[in-house]
Design a protein. Structure first.
Length: 194
């Protein structure tokens, strides 16, 4: 009641005086304008150093897989462990921005990774296979292609939960899978001489 009386009397007495400006809350993701803090040369040097460190780390990881092989199957390492480790940073980024209610950015991180794999990594591996004379066959089953084509492009929490459960089932299955060598029976590209 007191504040209403003060507001009411204030508006009658100070009718022609402007109201104080209202502060708008600052957005947490403001864009900084200005010059970059690192020089172009220093950025290239850092990129080179980080690339060398990643290459050394990859070599160390590949060498350590052989020491894990007696305990963990190579199929599980190749199908579960390496892809999970490789995409861990993207997953953490997507979850962090989702928690901050920036779902568009979260979706763009996931879609960007998929597009990068589809448009760069797979064609690069095919070309590298040609160069090394070990052709890589991209054989997509028609059923898989049709399922991808007719998907609705929408999702909800239940579909996500089912997908996570399916991934866990596949991971557990490959943990206990003894492994087989069916490379001779699989369809492979053959090199033909003209």
């Amino acid at each position: 009641m007191g504040s209403e009386e003060q507001e009411g009397s204030r508006t009658r007495i100070h009718l022609h005086e402007p109201l104080p400006p209202v502060r708008e809350p600052k957005e947490s993701h403001e864009e900084k304008t200005g010059e970059p803090e690192l020089s172009w040369f220093l950025t290239l040097v850092l990129l080179t150093v980080v690339t060398v460190l990643v290459a050394v780390n990859a070599e160390w990881m590949i060498d350590s897989i052989d020491s894990l092989s007696p305990f963990i199957s190579k199929e599980w390492i190749g199908l579960i462990l390496l892809p999970t480790v490789g995409s861990l940073a993207e997953c953490i980024t997507a979850v962090n921005v989702s928690v901050k209610d920036q779902l568009t950015l979260s979706i763009s991180v996931a879609v960007g990774s998929t597009i990068q794999t589809a448009l760069f990594v797979i064609p690069f591996m095919v070309i590298l296979g040609w160069v090394l004379d070990k052709p890589l066959a991209l054989l997509f089953d028609p059923f898989e292609s049709i399922v991808l084509y007719i998907s609705d492009g929408k999702s909800n929490w239940l579909e996500g939960l089912i997908l996570v459960c399916l991934y866990v089932v596949v991971a557990v299955t490959f943990w206990f899978y003894p492994g087989s060598n069916f490379s001779s029976t699989l369809a492979v590209c053959s090199t033909s001489t003209l």
